[in-house]
Design a protein around this ligand. Sequence first.
Ligand code: ATP
Length: 217
Amino acid sequence: MADQYAVIGLGRFGISIANKLFESGQEVLGIDVNEEKVEDSHPYVTHSVIADSTDAEALKSVGIRNFDTVIVAIGNDIQASILSVLLLKEQGVKKVIAKALNKLHGQVLKKVGADWVVFPDWDMGIRVAHQLLSPNVLNFIELSKDYSVEEVKIPEKMVYKTLRELDLRSEYNINVIAIRHDNEIDISPSADKKIDHGDVLVVIGENRDLERFANLE
Ligand code: ATP
């Protein structure tokens, strides 16, 4: 069965989350105080309603506690975002995700019960800087301060070699967990797998080793 999500605040951030969930077959209720935002959201959500999430009664009347996850995508009105998280947790929503504009806002959201606080501007800034520093890295997930998983464009000099010949484990101290070519993905590729033009390696390792590998010409 599809999970039930509610997204409060149908600005660019809220709509982008709602749309991705909806496209993946999940049930998404969009909520906004602004009638126009609610109307514009129709193509991107299962249903949408006009409601003020700082009003406990309004939240009750949309049956908010029946949703598995509620995303508070209100940013600029910090007071409304904090109050909304507080009410959602009071009404028993299990998982509340909230967008923070800055560190202090994030700390308060955590204090009032947000299960996960996201900092979209900050995170995107890090992504852009990362991309500038390592243009071969298409995507990355930080596993901890020191370790990451990265998608790295294969350097030309490695094309037509097998994973065994490249021996990235001893040369760079990193492990290849998958190879992607366009939309095809080979998970746990064999040592005899030959690297082709346009291949992207999904590698895991320590950040300084990954950086050395990703900056090869
Ligand atoms: P984005 O940066 O995501 O485009 P934005 O700049 O449009 O957002 P925000 O202040 O972050 O503005 O608000 C996002 C949405 O949240 C707006 O559409 C706004 O109408 C809605 N919103 C603000 N307060 C409430 C509230 N109390 N209840 C429901 N929706 C709200």
